[in-house]
Ligand binder design. Structure first.
Ligand code: COA
Length: 219
């Protein structure tokens, strides 16, 4: 298996929404990913399976026209002329297996969502998504990374705990589907030498265990 992380794009929305529905089925409908991608405070990263190709749906603009639009249509028409079949080929892309979103405001980055497809869990991909968020937060000059997690979601809490998040508060009845409490978790100062040393150790351990290289995220 080979994976890479990159910034989320419009053509990823259908796949990301599918992952969102699987992971957060009680919280549907999902966030408006189209407007999230236009939001300057928001940053979304996806992890892709490098070895699996899928067809991508045509992306619609607010006017209802294909976003890939003229360029895409011309490309498809051009390809069509070179193919003998009647079907116009759809654009393709890598299979997205997880995503993470965060909002960066002042000196804080807030992880708004993180999910990995069920079939791909417990293979280091949650970490592969969380690490670039922390790196990005530091690049954007924030000092802490925070998030909310369901009180019952002990698996996710263990992931955050591993990366130095501790519980700093409770939002009573925060989740409207079942009125479950949300635990507020936060890192210490991510720019501190102690935090960075710990992060570096985790990156090396992750790389050694899963054989994945943590390059800078691509656009
Ligand atoms: C939380 C989630 C993103 C973790 O993704 P993942 O790819 O399975 O996580 P990883 O394989 O990278 O696990 C990293 C660490 O997280 C912890 N962890 C993850 N899932 C766990 C589980 N089910 N039980 C216990 N610990 C778990 C472990 O500490 C693990 O480290 P280890 O392998 O050394 O034990 C994934 O379970 C998911 O998508 N869940 C549904 C959506 C969700 O709950 N998101 C969090 C919202 S706050």
């Amino acid at each position: 298996m080979s994976y890479y992380v990159r910034r989320m794009r419009s053509e990823d929305i259908a796949q990301v929404a599918e992952i969102d529905r699987e992971a957060f089925f009680t919280q549907w409908p999902p966030p408006n990913f189209q407007s999230e991608l236009r939001n300057r405070l928001a940053h979304y990263i996806v992890v892709c399976d490098d070895e699996k190709i899928v067809e991508l749906p045509e992306v619609k603009t607010p006017s209802g026209r294909g976003l890939t639009g003229l360029v895409s249509r011309l490309k498809r028409l051009f390809n069509h002329q070179r193919l003998s079949g009647d079907e116009l080929p759809l654009p393709t892309g890598h299979y997205i297996v997880g995503f993470v979103g965060c909002w960066v405001m002042a000196d804080e980055a807030h992880v708004t969502t993180i999910a990995v497809r069920e079939a791909y869990r417990r293979q280091g991909l949650g970490e592969l998504l969380l690490i670039p968020v922390i790196d990005l937060a530091r690049e954007l000059k924030t000092r802490t990374v925070t998030l909310e997690v369901r009180a019952s979601n002990t698996g996710a809490q263990q992931l955050y705990d591993k990366y130095g998040f501790t519980q700093v508060g409770v939002r009573q009845g925060y989740y409207i589907d079942n009125r479950e409490d949300g635990l507020v978790m936060s890192t210490d100062d991510i720019t501190s030498a102690t935090f960075q040393e710990h992060l570096e150790q985790l990156k090396q351990a992750h790389s050694k265990r899963w054989g994945m290289t943590l390059d800078r995220i691509t656009q």
